[in-house]
Design a protein around this ligand. Structure first.
Ligand SMILES: [Zn+2]
Length: 259
């Protein structure tokens, strides 16, 4: 690590739990961030600042004036531009040490799986259930850790689905896919700006922990925040043995079918 890097990342390197070794892992890491909006903004900024070496930022949307109340990756100069490209420029300006790939795409399942396979960790910073379930399926198939965040009105949630571990629950174990789920969208219900900053920042912290192997990620735990009362809660949950998405993986110790 050269002097410029030692200086830039000094406050991380000073942490015993992270150190030079953890910083080297960050610099070599490949991170996939789906969504360059409210959650993706702080998540991507903190990961780029931390020197996460390769960031792929995916969003097919363009920056609108109503985004700027909370999507801090973008500014006035980005209005009308694709969020992935506006975001890439902001991340490169913050840290030229990081390689950022901007994808202005709506990802189908096979493309998601391909991108998940190439990543060390995936951050779900999307804003709808269909995308969340598609990202989960891709991460289960690719066996990649998924850091999931959500925020609406004054409520936020974060969890980590470490799908490298056969016994760890997936997103579907906790939130089964159903046709009758009423979806709340920020566009119609509103969301407190700093709330997405809190949730996205926790996602960045969890991603750094997954990459470096330090601490205890939010695996099997759902962290929720009520920003109106500023109360945080954690609930524990287990893998659903009948989950249609991850159950067929079977526990690591189970015999393979027919074998
Ligand atoms: Zn599952």
């Amino acid at each position: 690590m050269d002097d410029a890097r030692l200086t830039r990342y000094a406050r991380h390197i000073l942490l015993d739990e992270l150190g030079i070794e953890g910083q080297e892992r960050l610099l070599a890491a490949r991170v996939l961030i789906v969504g360059a909006g409210g959650l993706g903004s702080p998540a991507a900024l903190y990961l780029a600042a931390a020197g996460a070496g390769h960031i792929t930022l995916v969003d097919d949307d363009r920056v609108e004036l109503s985004n700027l109340q909370r999507q801090i990756l973008h500014g006035m100069a980005g209005l009308g531009r694709p969020k992935a490209e506006s975001g890439r420029d902001a991340l490169q300006a913050l840290n030229p040490d990081v390689q950022v790939q901007a994808l202005v795409e709506r990802l189908d399942e096979s493309r998601l799986r391909e991108l998940a396979l190439a990543a060390d960790v995936v951050l779900d910073c999307s804003d709808n259930f269909a995308t969340r379930h598609a990202i989960n399926r891709a991460c289960v198939a690719a066996r990649k850790p998924l850091v999931s965040g959500a925020a609406i009105k004054f409520s936020g949630q974060i969890s980590v689905y470490d799908l490298r571990d056969m016994d760890a629950p997936c997103y579907h174990c906790l939130f089964p896919e159903a046709d009758d789920v009423e979806e709340l969208r920020c566009a119609t219900t509103g969301v407190l700006g700093p709330l997405v900053g809190m949730v996205g920042s926790v996602q960045a912290a969890e991603a750094i922990k997954v990459i470096t192997g330090m601490g205890e990620p939010l695996v099997g735990r759902l962290l929720s925040v009520d920003a109106l009362r500023m109360q945080w809660h954690t609930i524990r949950f287990r893998r659903d043995p009948d989950c249609p998405v991850c159950a067929r993986r079977g526990p690591a110790s189970a015999a393979s079918p027919g074998g």
